[in-house]
Design a protein around this ligand. Structure first.
Ligand SMILES: CC(C)=CCC/C(C)=C/CC/C(C)=C/C=C/C(C)=C/C=C/C=C(C)/C=C/C=C(C)/C=C/C=C(C)/C=C/CC(C)(C)O
Ligand SMILES: C[S@@+](CC[C@H](N)C(=O)[O-])C[C@H]1O[C@@H](n2cnc3c(N)ncnc32)[C@H](O)[C@@H]1O
Length: 384
């Protein structure tokens, strides 16, 4: 996989500065079991030591916590509690589990703030479990993680490029180099359906922040089944809309948009954007969760193709999760970094990296537009 800039290389020898020496001294100290024990008892360091112990423990246990959540989703525990608190015996009955095992799940879920235990012993929804009821697409992602976690069972092998094809590279068949052009309806249905479902978390947030006043035609490149454009059609009834995606995905978009009564409002085009030019005619182009799927050469080629399709002054709107998002660093770097690694193509990029690529492709006036949940997607616009 191509990596831009100097991040992956550069081992020039130089004298360590004070910061490096301090970090070296500090890690040497923290690595000593005797120091750890002392720090856990000394009043001025006790809180930090406890916090670090917990942070490390949570990292060790992350998979277990995720599997507790997975079990809750599979059993539809949150749906069960939707109508009100239930006694453990009643929940065990409805989940067809022995009472003591149901209690293990319920106590684990309560410890993770997904549900809560009332003083009378019944269990009720807590904010996190309740939020999942309103987000069936997150539940779909949680179920989808079974594949990701299977691929991550040996992360060292994954990093070494062994164990291919991975489950995710099979799930996302366009990620295989040269694989996009030959895909049939069967191979796109699963990923396309998952993306359509998860647009519920994204479309309204992005469209609310996207300045489209004065634009006449929006083309969504890699637009999937058209969920984003369906929201755009409702928000901007006078905007002409074009969707471009691989032919079998564009066919699914035609069917979905027709079912939503939007058949006449969106023109759906089947094409391979890596080997065919994009049509002219749109003065705004959106790229939602597409760039990060592609290695640098393909990503740059796509940005150039978009630049060529836009008129002077034309707008590119780029929305995706980004590396280095303040307060959500592990989402970009760890989650999407390893997700895309398992998928076999692309990487999460920082705002600065995307800005540099946009400039390379000929775009200017790059601006970020704050969105409600930048952890999930940030929004940039640029002009030709
Ligand atoms: C009621 C009172 C008085 C007070 C309440 C207090 C309060 C404010 C509580 C908060 C309640 C609230 C509003 C909660 C809202 C929670 C929400 C909206 C949570 C949303 C969570 C979203 C999650 C966990 C999203 C997960 C998304 C994932 C895992 C996405 C994965 C995406 C993938 C794999 C994409 C792949 C595409 C590719 C291939 C990379 O291109
Ligand atoms: C991660 S999905 C995002 C879909 C949609 N924009 C969304 O956010 O839900 C990436 C999309 O790009 C499309 N795609 C990937 N490679 C493509 C190519 N070479 N030509 C056209 N579309 C492509 C996929 O079919 C898929 O619909």
């Amino acid at each position: 996989m191509a990596v831009a800039g100097t991040e992956a290389g550069g081992t020039a020898k130089r004298r360590p500065g004070w910061r490096e020496r301090w970090l070296g001294f500090r890690s040497g100290l923290v690595a000593r079991p005797g120091f750890q024990r002392w720090a856990a008892g000394f009043p001025l360091t006790r809180r930090t030591a406890q916090r670090n112990t917990r942070a490390l423990f949570d990292l060790c246990a992350g998979f277990v916590y995720a599997q507790v959540l997975f079990a809750c989703v599979r059993f539809d525990l949150f749906g069960l509690l939707r109508t009100g608190p239930l006694a453990p015996a009643s929940i065990a009955d409805r989940l067809a589990l022995p009472p003591e095992r149901a209690l293990t799940l319920l106590k684990a879920a309560a410890s993770l703030d997904l549900i809560t235990r009332l003083p009378d012993g019944r269990f009720a929804l807590a904010d996190l479990g309740a939020a999942l009821i309103g987000n069936p697409s997150v539940a779909a992602m949680i179920e989808h993680h079974a594949m990701l976690y299977a691929d991550l069972a040996d992360p060292v092998a994954l990093l070494r490029g062994q164990g291919r094809p991975t489950r995710l590279s099979t799930f996302w068949p366009y990620a295989e180099s040269g694989g996009a052009a030959t895909l049939g309806a069967d191979s796109v249905a699963a990923y396309s359906g998952l993306m359509a479902a998860s647009q519920a978390l994204i479309a309204e947030d992005e469209l609310e922040a996207l300045p489209l006043a004065g634009r006449t035609c929006l083309m969504d490149v890699g637009g999937g089944e058209g969920v984003f454009l369906a929201s755009a059609a409702r928000r901007h009834p006078n905007l002409a809309l074009i969707l471009a995606d691989l032919p079998p995905v564009a066919e699914r978009a035609v069917a979905r948009l027709a079912a939503e009564g939007l058949a006449g409002q969106v023109r759906c085009l089947g094409l391979d954007f890596l080997s065919e030019p994009l049509p002219q005619g749109a003065d705004a182009i959106s790229l939602v969760r597409v760039l990060h799927d592609h290695d640098d050469p393909a990503a740059l080629a796509l940005l150039r193709a978009i630049h060529a399709a836009l008129p002077p002054g034309g707008l590119l709107a780029l929305a995706e999760p980004m590396a280095g998002t303040a307060g959500a660093e592990p989402v970009g770097e760890a989650y999407f970094g390893f997700y895309l690694l398992a998928m076999g193509s692309g990487r999460p990029r920082s705002l600065a990296e995307i800005t540099a690529m946009l400039a390379q492709a000929g775009f200017g006036s790059v601006r970020e537009h704050p969105t409600r949940r930048p952890l999930l997607t940030r929004l940039l616009t640029a002009k030709r």
